[in-house]
Design a protein around this ligand. Structure first.
Ligand SMILES: *[C@@H]1O[C@H](CO)[C@@H](O)[C@H](O)[C@H]1NC(C)=O
Ligand SMILES: *[C@@H]1O[C@H](CO)[C@@H](O)[C@H](O)[C@H]1NC(C)=O
Ligand SMILES: *[C@@H]1O[C@H](CO)[C@@H](O)[C@H](O)[C@H]1NC(C)=O
Length: 262
């Protein structure tokens, strides 16, 4: 016969196992998921018709980007007055990861914004912008957003300094990476501490920007979204030109986060 104490021990054991499994799967998911973040159909740019010149050019770009998504280290761009496009994968997500993200982005955009001339989609690992105007080489201040963990830290003043310093340091490193053939150009990751916890951060700009424009974009957004970023257990601003993200867990393979301390 089981005594009640052994039953509860057993339940406890099952509980512990379940928690361990949860932890393992959440760690795995960090490595494997490429979360959808947002999309935007630029309705003011209108729609295109099947068989139109726009569609022909669009198809060409898709082929070009598909090829480039592996060869060109996670980035490609086309700028013209009638159609411009940018594919920017995260600094660690070049090669097959970038191609997967591009293929997914395109399929989802086609479904969410059918026949739209202008459309943008954001995933963790890539950004795809298509526009009927000349949209490359300049900062897009309009299509920006910020997402944050609902949990607050309860230390507005203390944490304000922490994320500001992290952001400053990451920006300095990113804009010093000017070899544009590298996937890590205008990109950096790093970590800092807050009250005994590690805070992991990342910044990236699209590679059509100059380092000066990259910095301007990051600074503008960090001021614009300071309330969204401050005092949160993780937050990020995202846009067509630049992004900053911090979390209390390593959202990119841990080994990459040491860079700032070098
Ligand atoms: C930023 O860099 C400065 C100088 O290298 C360093 O003292 C500081 O601790 C760094 N801050 C963060 C948050 O990484
Ligand atoms: C830029 O990076 C590429 C690819 O890693 C490398 O082959 C090239 O030598 C680098 N150029 C400079 C100027 O460092
Ligand atoms: C991703 O997986 C590798 C091993 O495949 C592991 O070393 C690394 O810590 C994992 N990264 C995260 C963020 O879980």
């Amino acid at each position: 016969m089981y005594s009640s104490s052994s039953v509860s021990k057993r339940l406890l054991l099952i509980h512990v196992l379940a928690i361990q499994l949860l932890l393992i799967s959440s760690e795995l998911s960090l490595n494997t998921t490429n979360a959808y973040l947002n999309h935007k159909c630029l309705v003011s740019q209108g729609k295109y018709k099947p068989g139109s010149d726009y569609e022909k050019l669009f198809r060409k770009i898709i082929k070009m980007f598909y090829k480039a998504s592996i060869e060109k280290q996670g980035y490609d761009l086309l700028g013209s007055d009638t159609l411009s496009a940018i594919l920017q994968c995260r600094g660690d997500s070049y090669g097959p990861k970038c191609r997967d993200c591009f293929v997914t982005s395109l399929a989802v955009l086609r479904r969410k914004c059918p026949w739209s001339k202008g459309r943008i989609i954001w995933y963790d690992e890539c950004l795809l912008t298509i526009s009927a105007t000349y949209a490359t080489g300049k900062i897009d201040f309009d299509n920006i957003f910020c997402m944050s963990n609902a949990k607050k830290l309860g230390d507005k003043l203390g944490f304000g300094d922490v994320w500001n310093n992290l952001m400053d340091n990451l920006t300095t490193v990113a804009i010093s990476r000017v070899n544009y053939t590298e996937p890590t150009a205008l990109y950096s990751v790093g970590e800092t501490r807050f009250k005994g916890d590690t805070v992991y951060g990342m910044v990236q700009c699209t590679k059509d920007l100059s380092p000066e424009a990259c910095e301007e974009c990051l600074v503008f957004n960090s001021i614009h979204f300071q309330d969204c970023l401050n005092d949160k257990r993780g937050a990020r601003f995202v846009g067509p030109s630049c992004t900053f993200r911090f979390e209390f867990y390593p959202f990119i393979a841990v080994r990459n986060f040491k860079e700032l301390n070098k």
